[in-house]
Design a protein around this ligand. Structure first.
Ligand SMILES: Cc1cc2nc3c(=O)[nH]c(=O)nc-3n(C[C@H](O)[C@H](O)[C@H](O)COP(=O)(O)O)c2cc1C
Length: 337
């Protein structure tokens, strides 16, 4: 299955909730939340793309990086490349209603695992979605990560226990969802957390803990203080606060203060192997990709997901050859122009 053909089918199946643009950049869908866009003016989504685009790569060809190794180990798992499928939930609300949460997540989980990378699954106001996501993960050996919304602590901890039962190998919280008033309206308030509250959540589990939604150096340091194992530098794909900077704008400074203290993941606007390489050069240990997994799965189910991952792998490898990077550990900001 060719990725190009996958995208053709995706357009129809997404029922106009996503136009499947040649570059998924947040322009056509600006303001469409619910939907696939960025909040308000959509700028926080668009700037993720622009900030990453603004970095250029130094091409180097006189070296011995003839067969780069794209693999790495994170959270005790070997991965073929430094990419996770980002948690994306609310299929029926956001993606046109043709496919269910269960169909979407089973294709993403299966496609990732058959291609040597791991999926993350999300959580929403509808409790059954997390249950569905976890039961699909459990069916596939628990090989993935669950990201829980910032409910009151006792509810977060109860959901962590459900994820542990499903066998996940790491757990996290998308703390940047703390302003989602729609959740409060659904009778499920989310909230910001103090360092002490995060500590309580971290201590409630033996699993590695990931805090998703860090955009400033001071909060990256607070995350370290709270004892998390990893952060995701992320503005939630521009869906929670209009007018944030792009993730690639803030990543280098954040890595400057916490690299080596926690695992650094980053997402927002990563579309290609070149984008993955840029994020790693800016200091990420690995990236998450969101929306492209929606178009890949809606266009080609599990095979569509696999074809997207294969495209990413070959783009990443080729970009590593042309920038002289022998391995992921070997990537640094020398490759950025
Ligand atoms: C429709 C949609 C639903 C999402 N649901 C969740 C979620 O449940 N939990 C979460 O942590 N992030 C969620 N996100 C954010 C993604 O995990 C990720 O941070 C973002 O999509 C990355 O940007 P990208 O789509 O440009 O790659 C969602 C994003 C979209 C587009």
């Amino acid at each position: 299955m060719k990725y190009k053909d996958v995208l053709k089918d995706a357009k129809g199946n997404l029922n106009k909730s996503c136009r499947v643009c040649p570059i998924c950049n947040g322009v056509a869908c600006a303001g469409e939340v619910p939907g696939m866009g960025g909040k308000g003016t959509g700028e926080a989504f668009k700037i993720n793309i622009k900030s990453l685009e603004a970095y250029k790569l130094n091409m180097r060809t006189i070296h011995d990086a003839k067969n780069p190794d794209t693999s790495l180990e994170l959270f005790g798992r070997k991965m073929d490349m430094p990419v996770f499928a980002a948690p994306v939930s609310g299929t029926t609300l956001n993606m046109g209603g043709k496919f269910s949460e269960q169909e979407y997540i089973s294709w993403v989980i299966g496609g990732c695992l058959e291609s040597g990378i791991f999926p993350m699954v999300g959580d929403t106001a509808v409790d059954s979605f997390l249950i569905t996501n976890l039961s699909e993960l459990e069916k596939q050996g628990g090989n993935g990560i669950a990201i829980i919304k910032p409910w009151k602590n006792e509810d977060v901890i109860a959901k962590i226990k459900l994820a542990e039962k499903a066998g996940v190998f790491a757990i996290g919280m998308d703390i940047d969802a703390c302003g989602l008033l729609t959740l409060a309206l659904a009778g499920k308030p989310v909230m910001p957390k103090t360092v002490e509250e995060i500590k309580e959540i971290v201590k409630s589990t033996k699993l590695p803990f990931i805090l998703k939604g860090i955009m400033t150096t001071d909060e990256a340091l607070l995350a370290v203080q709270a004892g998390v194992d990893a952060i995701v530098v992320s503005n939630h794909g521009g869906r929670v606060l209009d007018q944030t900077p792009g993730v690639a704008d803030v990543l280098k400074d954040i890595a400057g203060v916490v690299k080596g203290k926690v695992i650094i993941l980053a997402d927002g606007g990563v579309r290609s192997g070149v984008d993955i390489l840029k994020m790693i050069a800016l200091g990420a240990d690995a990236v998450l990709i969101g929306r492209p997994f929606v178009s890949a799965s809606f266009g080609g189910e599990k095979e569509g997901v696999k074809s997207y991952i294969e495209a990413l792998k070959s783009e990443l490898k080729s970009a590593m050859v042309l920038t002289g990077c022998k391995s992921i550990k070997n990537v640094n900001n020398r490759i950025l122009y």
